[in-house]
Design a protein around this ligand. Structure first.
Ligand code: GUN
Ligand code: FE
Length: 428
């Protein structure tokens, strides 16, 4: 399908941060083939399907690097608890009670919400059982994702919710074999041992080894989120989270660690040395009272940082806009008004997300040769006037939300049209 998209302007961030006017993008076979002047569109009118969005701003699809689709149905369950109590009293019992039907509904609702909010790619952590349901829904939706079952072979907080090491490894291998590189390559496998407190050392190590059979897969876990968690990890392993992962050779550039709030200077150095990636989850970190991750310090130390909403109970909206607002706001009282500018935050939600997933040559910015994953924003709504001339990155980071999202495309296929989602609005 050959298409030309004509926006008001194109806003993107990569090695060059560009704002392009009077430009249209030419999409063929899901790829951005050319960026042309709007004056030249009339010459091509007969050959291409024209999508006219002359009042809207075209940006790359947002990328969220830490999501739990299985928790969408649990919204409202994280209101006044800290991490370990919340897992023990709410999340482990509720995830354990998921059947295939409830997991399917949770996944559908989460995907629907993410797409409507302009997120086109996620790194998802599933639950212990029924991972095929999550893949099935991701494939139907047309979105791009790394996903994988959450691995748990010990669980002192809620022993019922665990399986043997062998069960975890055997089932994970089968799911990876079936789904890695499915959906025309849009779906890849992200191995997801939940966190140190739910995994034996053997499981952590053997999972890393299993990745050798699945080129292009990732290793996705939680780390250094909460002080009690850090203390418990220290009691069990004698080390802090990141030190421990390093000591068993888990860390490399294929590892994505969610949260990373409570890190020693040595751990920051270890992350840098291994080129491991951090997913920042500001809503979740505030809601569970976990703390504020020192993102300026991580960036200064050349660590890849991207953004994720975590599960719906923590973020309440799965909105990348909310995560971007908070990413910017929470650093300012601690590190000063310029410590987290809007352009940096926009980068974390787009091109840095792509880097975290090793997809920076494919997505994360609007450039010729990349996949046509993009979002059209209406930044001129009369009920919420925004000055877009001063700094359009600020307008997007501070003032926009999902109500500004007009259209969403993945691989050149339109998945959202005026807040109607192609697949899910028919069934939800
Ligand atoms: N650590 C282990 N499991 C979880 C989870 O589901 N959410 C968060 N925020 N942290 C975790
Ligand atoms: Fe999480």
């Amino acid at each position: 399908m050959k298409k030309i998209i004509i926006p008001k302007n194109i806003v993107t961030a990569n090695s060059e941060n560009s704002i392009l006017y009077n430009s249209a993008i030419v999409v063929e076979d899901g790829i951005i083939k050319r960026i042309i002047s709007t004056d030249d569109v009339s010459l091509l009118r007969n050959e291409y399907e024209i999508h006219n969005y002359e009042n809207y701003t075209l940006i790359p699809g947002f990328i969220q690097t830490h999501i739990h689709l299985c928790q969408t149905l649990f919204r409202g369950l994280a209101d006044d608890l800290e991490l370990l109590d919340w897992l023990q009293k709410k999340i482990f019992p509720f995830e354990n009670a998921h059947d295939e039907n409830s997991l399917r509904i949770s996944t559908q609702l989460g995907i629907n919400e993410l797409l409507k909010g302009g997120t086109t790619t996620i790194l998802d952590m599933g639950t212990l059982h029924h991972q095929e349901i999550i893949f099935d829904e991701l494939i139907k939706s047309g979105m791009r994702a790394y996903a994988g079952n959450c691995m748990i072979d010990r669980n002192d907080l809620y022993p019922k919710f665990s399986e043997s090491t062998k069960w975890n490894l055997d089932n994970t291998y089968q799911w990876a074999k079936t789904f890695h590189n499915s959906s025309d390559g849009k779906i890849k496998f992200g191995f997801a041992p939940r966190f140190v407190l739910s995994c034996s050392e053997n499981l952590l190590i053997e999972t890393k080894e299993m990745m050798n059979d699945f080129e292009g897969s990732l290793y996705h876990t939680h780390s250094s989120e909460n002080k009690k968690e850090v203390e418990t990890v220290r009691k069990i392993t004698g080390k802090d989270n990141v030190e421990y992962f390093d000591s068993i050779n888990i860390l490399d550039d294929k590892t994505v660690l969610a949260h990373c709030i409570h890190l020693s200077d040595d751990e920051v150095k270890i992350l840098n040395k291994n080129n491991s990636r951090v997913s920042h989850c500001p809503s979740s970190n505030l809601k569970l009272g976990s703390g504020i991750a020192n993102i300026p310090k991580l960036i200064e130390n050349k660590i890849s940082v991207s953004i994720g909403a975590d599960g719906a109970p923590c973020n309440n909206s799965l909105s990348i806009f909310k995560e971007m607002h908070l990413t910017a706001l929470i650093q300012k009282p601690l590190h000063g008004p310029t410590s987290m500018d809007a352009l940096t935050v926009f980068r974390l939600a787009t091109i840095e997300g792509a880097r975290a997933l090793h997809l920076e040559n494919e997505i994360g910015s609007i450039e010729v040769g990349k996949k046509a994953d993009f979002v059209l924003l209406d930044l001129n709504k009369s009920d919420q006037p925004i000055n877009v001339n001063e700094n359009i990155y600020s307008a997007i980071v501070y003032s926009a939300d999902k109500s500004n999202v007009k259209a969403v495309f993945v691989d050149g296929i339109q998945l959202v049209n005026d807040s109607k989602v192609k697949f899910y609005d028919e069934i939800l």
